[in-house]
Design a protein around this ligand. Sequence first.
Ligand SMILES: Cc1cc2nc3c(=O)[nH]c(=O)nc-3n(C[C@H](O)[C@H](O)[C@H](O)COP(=O)(O)OP(=O)(O)OC[C@H]3O[C@@H](n4cnc5c(N)ncnc54)[C@H](O)[C@@H]3O)c2cc1C
Length: 366
Amino acid sequence: MKTIVVGNGILGQLTALRVAQAGTPVTMIGDPERAGSATLAAAAMLAAFGEIDAGVLASDAGRMKLEIGISATREWGPLAAELGVPLHTGTFVLDAGGLDDTVRFDALVAALVEYEEPHALVKPAQVPGYAPLRPARRALRLVREGWIDPRAVVAALDTALAAAGVERIAGSAARVLGAGAIELADGRVIEGTHCLLANGARLTSLLTASALPLRVPVVLYGVGSTIEVASASTHTACLRGRGTYLAPHADRIVLGATNVVVAEPVDDAGAAAKILDTAATHLDHHLADAQVLRVTTGWRPTTADGYPLIGATSVPGLVIASGTRRDGFHLAPVIAEHLARLLHGERGDPRFRPFSPEREVQSPPR
Ligand SMILES: Cc1cc2nc3c(=O)[nH]c(=O)nc-3n(C[C@H](O)[C@H](O)[C@H](O)COP(=O)(O)OP(=O)(O)OC[C@H]3O[C@@H](n4cnc5c(N)ncnc54)[C@H](O)[C@@H]3O)c2cc1C
């Protein structure tokens, strides 16, 4: 038995680690530059409830995704400790007062109450570091939701993969010949017995080149950026406002994000100015003049209904993980456990049933 993992984002990395830790040899294929990596662009907020949209709990898929998210929040503590990366908790969600925001905020409060998630409604003026040009109407604190440094997680996972004996191939998969054979762009063929395709927003282009007997919904590129700025004032909590958020680290603040959903990747022109402007308006006016240290653009793997594609396919031994859009970093520990079980021929986590990679997708993005 030997597993091939295509893709070196957090889903490929963490699944490869879990499979190798269970004693199965793993070969992971990925570009060391990680072009378009959503994982490196992520603010890495670890949010189950913070990601809730109005109406989501009316569907089984929406409920399952929230429940997977709640499990992921529990699993991040031990995972961060295993990787030796500090985890921060304490998130404030602001209600800017527009119709969409208010409906979303009410849906969030209802879900927190229904799932008995610890939270507290607070006055916006009491939110630490909150100094927007346009103050919010309401605010609440999510006690358990937090954030982590994505680059530190990726680096720690690379170290753990080496320690677990995972073979790394620097390159790009050009075609999937079957679950047991991947042809690289340079013509080499990598052989195994099982295969995970975890190449993010590039899934559709790889499947199109592969001519497998699979009907997998199209994955689009949700092109988006975060920026890192020098600390303009002291922030200790993650703040989430209208189309903007802020995640503080010891030496910098991560601000996000832009999003344009397209069939082929495009440049995210002007991202830094847009992000700074929205963050200054809705979170902290000091950020208007903040020094930009880095802009990172990644491709959120995005399906038409906004739900992920996770699980086994009708090609025996071939497993897919994509379409995680805006919260795949947070869901990664639960997704990786599920995928590792499937790759070992075991039954997976039944909560992933609505996200089968060969399901029908009809609705427009949520
Ligand atoms: C701006 C932004 C902010 C985000 N913020 C958050 C957040 O706060 N919290 C959260 O939970 N999620 C967030 N997300 C979403 C999260 O980043 C993704 O859901 C998650 O990282 C997806 O991981 P992945 O491993 O599937 O994909 P990726 O990280 O995109 O990894 C795929 C990897 O596969 C490689 N690859 C592509 N094609 C091939 C090929 N043919 N052969 C070999 N390798 C290949 C790529 O180089 C890449 O490194 C954000 C995303 C973006 C863009």
